[in-house]
Design a protein around this ligand. Sequence first.
Ligand code: GLU
Length: 281
Amino acid sequence: MIRTRFAPSPNGLLHLGHAYAALVAHDLGRGQCGEFLLRIEDIDAARSRADLAGAILADLAWLGLEWDGPVVFQSTRLASYAAAAERLKELGLLYPCRCTRADVLASAHAAGPEGPLYPGTCRGRNGDPQGAAWRLDMARAVALAGPLAWHDELAGVQQARPELFGDVVLVRKDAPASYHLAATLDDAADGITLVTRGMDLFPASHVHRLLQALLDLPVPRWHHHPLLVEGDGRKLAKRRGSPGLTDLRAAGEDGPALAAALRAGRFPAGLSLGGGVEGGA
Ligand code: GLU
């Protein structure tokens, strides 16, 4: 049975792009007699807010979406992230890193999908783990896992290229997991068979595929959909006037009618589906 999920981070209110992403996930799951789960990605204690999580649930219900089972909150799953990180440490694949964002910026000589590429400054240093982030020794991890492939429903078979990311952070200084580790573990724990999300997260799937191999997790399929963009091709942003779902709801707009329009590809003036599918991303 197919099972999809929508996994917003409660550090801001949803906009029309999120509505589109939620509808894609919902329809690909429920539309094939499967299930659709809702996961609130709230491990970032400094930026996550319970009131925003509440607004997200209300906005999705206003659109007419229903989800299966209870809402999953990542903040209730910290122990499972810590256990997976321990396992990776035992395999000798993680090392502590105390570099700040500014250190990385100053030392990087290349860029990866998430910005400046960490040059591996702390690798092999056996630094003080107290209060450090933990990074994946990418070269060792890739050597251990061997060649990997994954399947995107729109872009086809992809050879995994996690090395594009360099030594990614898997345990943050301020949280027991980074997005990559938490999302990968949760998709496995929840039996997600089709991971749907925007094209902007296409490269992240290279890392997730590697983590699945290292941690013996089941491998789902992926569906990275085009993003809803402004007329000039830029991502939606509230500061440029893209309306938030909560505002539309408060203004008495018809949520199911908006959902129907988005499903039919009728986007509000000035918005369109941008990007298309870029296999290599
Ligand atoms: N929480 C992520 C976001 O809001 C989504 C992650 C995912 O779908 O894998 O961008």
